[in-house]
Design a protein around this ligand. Structure first.
Ligand SMILES: C[S@@+](CC[C@H](N)C(=O)[O-])C[C@H]1O[C@@H](n2cnc3c(N)ncnc32)[C@H](O)[C@@H]1O
Length: 456
């Protein structure tokens, strides 16, 4: 691999005697990780059925290294069922540090493709409000698909510039993650294109953007709330120096210790303004641990205005016809009621809105909540998203295939399967983990697995 000369010079100056070990890390095979999705399965239960050779990642209880030479977990049906998320081991650190709790209001401001959003969602266990924002319209699709596959029910997905959210959410969030766009020095080993785009100038431009994002986020946190800033770059210009600049502009914020700090190396005050508290930030270096590298800083907001009152905002209304069709679908297919659900409609698409969501009027909304389906002339066509968010007990008809059943792969390939069962919408899954919808009629399981997800 050809590393930029300026980059090597900088790292040599900063790292000094550590530089040879750092440089040698580029010769090693990158560590690969997967994170068990506790919205679908407990870690212990997953380990019992996992066909992969796994070993624990010390800073993430749900995280495991796998052997990329031997296993391809991304191609397994358990991945399609959302049992785990493939994620760089060091990228699992920021959400661990954020430590979101069920029932809280959490903002993931730079969310796509959703590695950390899905990790946050698993920790929230479907309770509370998770706002996932992504500025890039191109990257939103992957975020939505990952939230869907992982069965996330309490997320709202926005496509906004951070500063457009500030006024709307003053003092609103308990926790905010800024996994900032950066020069990506921790990605060089895996992605040569990131390496080619790198320049000293780009690191300074990134730092300015990072500071703007932090400044837009600051008012959105409630006093007593915490903010995590992370990057996948090593450059102090984008790490310690950004934090130092932010703290000098925002005395209401203070750095606090990272709970898992014993696994990491401390931040480097001498690479910024010398302020000793920068040691409280954490550095994940590829020559100290098995992972590509990250920077994580945890800050608490000690002062500032309290947020909007805890009441839901006005959302676009739902037609009486849509409610009727939803009730009919639930009556015929599910085992739950929808009387206390907050609903909204965007066009002919019906969504269940998480509690406590303020009005989203004027914002670019990609998903105002859990997508339930499309309201057609006289029926509700349930969404794939909803299928992935259900459990076998939630439905009246569930067809379970074992991993070695050829019909499972016929289903994933979009084929119709002979099936003797009750008529109607039917959830299909591998073991007790849903994969999608089918409709039973005339002795056949008619396939509703989305075309864009079908296996070759
Ligand atoms: C490091 S990536 C986020 C990765 C994600 N958190 C995950 O774990 O999958 C940074 C994201 O910030 C977005 N971004 C770029 N410029 C931005 C800006 N000015 N404000 C907010 N987000 C921005 C990028 O589109 C990108 O998706």
């Amino acid at each position: 691999m050809h590393l930029p000369t300026d980059y090597l010079e900088q790292m040599k100056t900063w790292l000094q005697h550590e530089f040879p070990a750092f440089l040698a890390s580029y010769e090693k095979v990158p560590a690969r990780g997967l994170r068990v999705n506790r919205l679908k399965i407990d870690t212990e239960a997953f380990l019992q059925r996992s066909p992969f050779d796994l070993s624990p990642i010390p800073w993430c209880p749900e995280g495991f290294y796998y052997d990329h030479e031997q296993d391809r977990p991304g191609k397994h049906v358990y991945h399609a069922a959302g049992l785990y998320y493939i994620q760089d081991p060091s990228a699992m650190a920021p959400a661990e540090v954020l430590d979101p709790q069920p029932g809280e209001r959490v903002l993931d401001l730079c969310a796509a493709p959703g590695g950390k959003t899905t990790q946050i969602a698993a920790k929230m266990q479907g309770k509370g409000l998770l706002v996932a924002n992504e500025i890039s319209p191109q990257r939103i699709k992957a975020l939505v698909e990952n939230l869907e596959r992982c069965g996330v029910t309490n997320a709202v997905v926005l496509n906004e510039r951070p500063e457009r959210l500030t006024e709307r959410f003053v003092g609103f969030f308990d926790r905010i993650l800024i996994d900032a766009p950066c020069s990506g020095e921790g990605m060089f080993r895996k992605d040569p294109e990131v390496c080619e785009r790198w320049s000293v100038r780009a690191t300074h431009l990134c730092a300015d953007v990072q500071l703007e994002i932090l400044s837009a986020a600051a008012p959105m946190l409630r006093p007593g709330g915490v903010l995590v800033y992370s990057t996948c770059t090593f450059n102090p210009v984008e790490n310690e120096q950004v934090i130092a600049r932010f703290l000098s502009d925002h005395p209401e914020f203070t750095l606090i210790p990272v709970p898992q700090a014993s696994h990491y190396q401390p931040g480097r005050p001498e690479w910024a303004n010398g302020c000793d508290s920068l040691r409280l930030a954490s550095r994940l270096w590829p020559h100290h641990l098995r992972g590509e590298g990250h920077f994580v800083a945890l800050m608490e907001k000690t002062d500032g205005p309290e947020g909007t009152k805890r009441r839901p905002g006005k959302m676009p209304p739902v037609s009486a016809d849509a409610v009727k069709q939803l009730r009919t679908f639930i009556h015929e297919t599910l085992t739950c009621q929808c009387d206390d659900w907050l609903l909204t409609m965007y066009g002919d698409h019906l969504y269940r809105v998480p509690d406590e969501l303020p009005s989203l009027k004027g914002l670019k909304v990609e998903r105002p909540g859990l997508h339930l389906g499309q309201v057609k002339r006289n029926r509700l066509e349930p969404s794939h998203t909803w299928a992935m968010a259900l459990k076998p007990d939630d439905v009246q008809r569930y067809v379970s295939f074992e991993v070695d059943d050829p019909r499972l792969y016929q289903y994933l390939q979009g084929e119709t399967i002979p099936f003797d069962g009750d008529k109607g919408w039917t959830l299909v899954g591998v073991e007790r983990f849903p994969l999608g919808w089918a409709k039973v009629s005339g002795g056949m399981l008619k396939n509703h697995y989305p075309k864009w997800l079908r296996w070759d």
